[in-house]
Design a protein around this ligand. Structure first.
Ligand code: OSB
Ligand code: MG
Length: 374
């Protein structure tokens, strides 16, 4: 595959409603989309970074910088034998996993189309029906959260995850658990607590949660091992895990019993596939995390979720929960039993709405092999 052109663009999209986590509230998204042409075939990838460096260190603008000044110039005109050649090519660039992921994933889309395979099949996926959960933002009071949970359960979602932070935790979880004693329920703190809060966090053991996601520092695997040793509730790491090595460290230290894999956070499909396999061999369940993706990112998440290690419902939910109009068609739909049927057409399996993307674009950068050769 010869990389003939790379187009990077920023699109603006407004969420249907604000999403509040322990680190802040998001309404207006600034999303980067990457379109690559290799051997005449077009593929798409999405940067899943947030607008601020509050979840991890990447942002829309750091990804713009790193793709524009380093990744795209280093890849344009290159000939690869497969998409999984990308990690070695971008390894001189430290970190910036979400920036790297968008380009690697676009090449996976291209390779799948060239081989006439749905992307999930090329990755080695086997699950044909993805189990879906939802992630619910922090709300003004427990009663309104219970109402939201009811709505999502009525739509069929199989697992409910509640965002929590200090002062908005036990009351909220207790209210939902009281109303729904048997649902799969988990919480996500996005690094809002410290080990000094261990006594407080241990109270969550009363609620029979499926897991507690990333309670402590975003970069501290060791602290999570100290907390896990004191709690019954399984800890799931999100922010801490950028690659398979870190996952193996966390497993060895017993810092978690479950891992959330986000495709962008682990730099793309090649690393995600290796990570889920390493977890599967060690009986650590994994699931697909979400980053409020537009359709291209969502479609890549669906393909990844077909891999055999993904044994728990993910945060991959319907397009309509986020957007009035998504940038792919058909939009991602979730069945009444809370599943997504994987697409069967080659590549991503969803058509990209170029005209809509064009309308949403606020800036672009383009590289072509001809220009690079001059
Ligand atoms: O920690 O999983 C997280 C959104 C933005 C940043 C971090 C997280 C999230 C979510 C939303 O939980 C998941 C989604 O619905 O896309
Ligand atoms: Mg999380």
């Amino acid at each position: 595959m010869k990389i003939e052109s790379i187009e990077l663009r920023e699109i603006r999209m407004q969420l249907k409603s604000p999403f509040e986590t322990s680190f802040g509230t998001t309404l207006n998204r600034r999303i980067l989309e990457v379109e690559i042409i290799a051997d005449g075939v077009r593929g798409w990838g999405e940067v899943t970074a947030g607008e601020t460096p509050a979840y991890n260190s990447e942002t829309t603008d750091t990804a713009w910088h790193v793709i524009s000044d380093f990744i795209a110039p280093s890849l344009i005109g290159k000939t690869l034998s497969k998409a999984s050649d990308i990690p070695a090519l971008v390894s001189p660039i430290r970190g910036h996993e979400m920036a790297k992921s968008a380009l690697e994933n676009a090449l996976w889309d291209i390779e799948a189309q060239m081989k006439g395979l749905p992307l999930w099949k090329l990755l080695g996926g086997s699950i044909q029906e993805i189990a879906c959960g939802v992630s619910l933002g922090i709300r003004e009071n427990p009663a309104s959260l219970v109402k939201k949970v009811e709505e999502e359960l009525r739509s069929g979602y199989q697992r409910i995850k509640l965002k929590i932070k200090p002062g908005k935790d036990l009351d909220y979880v207790a209210a939902v658990r009281k109303e729904y004693p048997n649902i799969l329920l988990s919480v996500d703190a996005n690094s809002a607590y410290t080990l000094d809060d261990a006594t407080h966090l241990k109270k969550l053991d009363d609620f029979k949660l499926l897991m507690m996601e990333q309670p402590l520092n975003w970069d501290d695997i060791y602290a999570h091992s100290k907390l896990q040793a004191q709690m019954q509730t399984a800890i799931c790491l999100d922010e801490c895990i950028h690659n398979t090595r870190q996952a193996l460290t966390a497993i060895e230290l017993k810092a978690c019993r479950i891992i959330n894999i986000k495709l962008g956070r682990v730099s793309g499909h090649t690393e995600a596939r290796e990570l889920q396999d390493a977890c599967r061999q060690r009986n650590i369940p994994v699931w697909c995390g979400g980053m409020l993706e537009a359709g291209i990112g969502r479609a890549h998440n669906i393909a990844m979720s077909t891999l055999p290690g993904f044994t728990l419902p993910g945060d991959v939910s319907a397009s309509r929960r986020y957007w009035t109009e998504d940038i792919i068609e058909p939009a991602v739909e979730v069945s009444a039993k809370g599943t997504i049927q994987v697409p069967q057409t080659p590549g991503l399996g969803y058509a990209v709405k170029r005209d809509l993307i064009e309308k949403l674009t606020v800036r672009r950068n383009r590289w072509s092999a001809q220009q690079a050769a001059h």
